[in-house]
Design a protein around this ligand. Sequence first.
Ligand code: BG6
Length: 483
Amino acid sequence: MTTFVLFGGTGDLAKRKIIPALYSAFLNGRLDKNFAFYGAAREQIGDDEFRKRVSAAIAQYSKADVLNTPEKLDAFLAMTFYTKIDARVDADFAQLKSSIASPDTQSTLFYLATGPDLFVPIVKQLSEHQLVGKLARVVVEKPLGRDATSAREINQALRVYLQENQIYRIDHYLGKEMVQNLLALRFANLFLEPLWNRTWIKDVQISISEQVGVESRGDFYDHTGALRDMVQNHLLQLLSIVAMEPPVNSAPDSIRDEKVKVLHALHKFTPDEVAKKTVRGQYRAGAVDGQAVIGYQNEPGVPAHSRTETFVAIRAEIDNWRWAGVPFYLRTGKRMASRSAEITINFKQIPYSIFGGNQRNLRSNRLVISLQPEESVELFLKAKEPGEGIRLSDVMLNLDFAEASTSRRVEAYERLLLDAMHGDLTLFVRDDELSAAWDYVDPIMTTWQNDAEGLKSYIAGSWGPAASSYLLAQHGSSWGEEF
Ligand code: BG6
């Protein structure tokens, strides 16, 4: 029997991601027979009202065909309950305890989809009410903390009540199919590894662009910004997987041991370097996919003179033998021209062309790993164009995973929820990884705070401020869309 308690159960993330993921796991027979799902939040509502909201969330956000599965939905709702919880109120936790039958002998997963300031008060209450026995696990959402110091404080406080292996720090990018495929690509094939270093690679680009703005999260976002929202977690996690050494095996800690070494090796910027190697921007009104959209400062919940960044580009460097001198360009932004998440490995030029001068200027080989919107791996090679003489052009070897396999696609949140239920920590972030990632972004945040002028603006629907292209152009490179 498994009990799943979702703190922040009436919130935005619950509606959009967690409840649809849970429902998909249910439809696919991945939940225990005696599964119980408790939504927990401060609102004073009953089971029936919560079930209504759960059905509405599923109808709006689930990819499953809900209308064709009304019996399944009813069965899911029959195992769904609500418990009113205020982190400060003892009696609420006593009530929760009485609802969960024998917490010592069944596995319980507590998912804290709340702000980080509530993590410790909630876990303390759970512990004081003997709800976090050996079989309990706690998932905490990002962002964990606001900077290196607060993240360490939260981690230390959580460890008072929980073992490290009971804490599942979620980064949903790690649940994306292609992120795991990256591990397979790198460590289950022979031909890439000899090339995967500074001798053959010119630069690496990791770009996550979004078309959406801040949606209904203006207030949260304005206190967060793109560096904390995307770089500290998703982008640095992707970077650590691209750059890590081969782990000794695939056990969670073997992989995490190698990832954390990369994060430690990231070169920390001085204020001068921050000015030269980072770009931050904020979107102005513009048009995305032909639709006019307002500027960031006019978004609901955002102050009119906000200086929060909605775009970041960084030229990161890894100080170790494998990567010294290879720029890792990181980029993310809201309201950009298109939605995509891509890792591009740009190889160096051939040392000498036997085909003559102008053929040399063709773009060098590159490997593009797309996480979304499509899942694919593309290898760009040079080949001869058919016909007389030798004219070279780019050709692409394309592995399209939608075509290559008909297996069911599992969304990131579903995969991670199931992993947490099964006690698999591989795709969750360990405390030392998290601290190392904060240590990297902290000097950038501090320098930005003292440099209000450094924030550039960009038009919604573009690829970000011009300075982002210049960051690469100085080193003879350009972002993928600029070719
Ligand atoms: C979340 C950020 O972690 O990731 C959001 O808080 C962002 O601001 C989202 O929109 C992007 O996730 P995905 O899976 O849609 O690329």
